[in-house]
Design a protein around this ligand. Structure first.
Ligand code: SF4
Length: 348
């Protein structure tokens, strides 16, 4: 009985090597195959002439390069954001976004189809959980953006990744870390750890595990409110992992990794953008190695809130500065193409 082929992009370099040896071939061929795919960006067997014919035939029978076809593609009017709705093999849809901010190109990739966390203002949360993505499906999103960049004038390469698309990455911990190992491999795509940001809504066991493992990358924690009851109203998982527990985990992470945390704060007009809220953030994070990223709300059909204006955001920032907390106000790009997480998938 023949088993179905393995997705090449599910494999780390070491796993490909072990598989090749198990098939009875030299690991040298695995190394060449890996470099064809991840250095030369070739994923057609016919374009790999340096692989011995017998090895190529075996690999072709056992492995597939599972690309994710584009179901829908939209470009923002300002040209800085491109959003892709990619089709999975089971016909689910996920979102991947290519963003250009101040000379930097970043792929925003998804870790799950849908999301179980239920944040009230988020289109993916409003959709509910569908399933976890495999490592190969996560890697394939980065490869898709890389191919788009290669095809563009100047032939750029993907250098920055944020796991801020659909899903909660720490809810799909093993697959996400496996994918990150593949993306970071210095004999392949070689995305530097400092160029990868993982964003969590506050899955405490995942933060502690990340702190204990030697996995250098940036961590962003979506805070949105600095008082437990207010936070639980926006982010239901705060009921499971309350703010006090989350802060303990964050302080543990900072101490263990000797790295600051980026706190994400969706600014919702009249809800969490008052000076009182800003003081609450200041009191909560004072003394931590932290930066606060303020993001005016991306309006969604399922949530009535409105984004905070520029002036109110500046006043909020000024209060944070009083507590010694650096902050940024993120530019709202791609609103015209539903670039907020899950919005395009929900619209389709
Ligand atoms: S904001 Fe993130 S964690 Fe919250 S529901 Fe949306 S995708 Fe899930």
């Amino acid at each position: 009985m023949s088993s179905s082929p393995v997705n090449f992009h599910d494999l780390t370099r070491e796993q490909l090597r072990a598989l090749t040896v198990r098939w009875g071939f030299s690991p040298v061929h695995a190394a060449r195959l890996w470099s064809y795919v991840y250095l030369e960006r070739v994923d057609a067997w016919a374009l790999m002439p340096e692989l011995p014919a017998r090895y190529r035939a075996k690999a072709e029978a056992e492995l597939v390069f599972a690309r994710l076809p584009v179901a829908v593609e939209t470009h923002s009017a300002d040209g800085f954001t491109r959003k892709y709705l990619l089709a999975l093999a089971d016909d689910r849809r996920i979102e991947t976004v290519l963003m250009r901010y101040t000379g930097r190109v970043t792929a925003c990739i998804s870790s799950q189809a849908g999301c179980a966390m239920g944040c009230v203002f988020c289109a993916t949360g409003q959709m509910g959980f569908v399933r976890h993505l495999t490592p190969g499906e996560i890697v394939a999103q980065a490869l898709h953006v890389d191919r788009v960049l290669q095809g563009a004038a100047g032939g750029e390469r993907l250098r920055n990744i944020v796991l801020m698309g659909m899903g909660e990455p720490l809810h799909n911990y093993d697959a996400v870390m496996h994918a990150i190992d593949i993306l970071r491999d210095s004999s392949g795509l070689g995305i530097g750890a400092k160029r990868i940001t993982l964003s969590t809504v506050g899955v405490v066991p995942g933060i502690i595990r990340l702190a204990d493992e030697a996995r250098p990358m940036h961590l962003a924690v979506s805070l949105h409110a600095a008082i437990q009851e207010e936070r639980a109203a926006l982010v239901p998982v705060a009921g499971k992992w309350p703010l006090a527990e989350l802060m303990d985990a964050c302080r543990y992470y900072i101490a263990k990794q000797e790295r600051r945390i980026f706190y994400e704060w969706t600014l919702i007009e009249g809800k969490n953008d008052t000076l009182e809220s800003a003081h609450a953030v200041g009191r909560l994070l004072r003394g931590q190695q932290a930066q606060v990223n303020l993001i005016p709300l991306n309006p969604t059909a399922g949530y009535g809130g409105a984004p905070t204006g520029r002036e109110a955001a500046k006043k909020f920032q000024a209060v944070l500065a009083e507590y010694g907390l650096p902050s940024t106000v993120r530019q709202r790009r791609g609103i015209d193409i539903d670039a907020g997480c899950g919005q395009l998938a929900a619209a389709k």
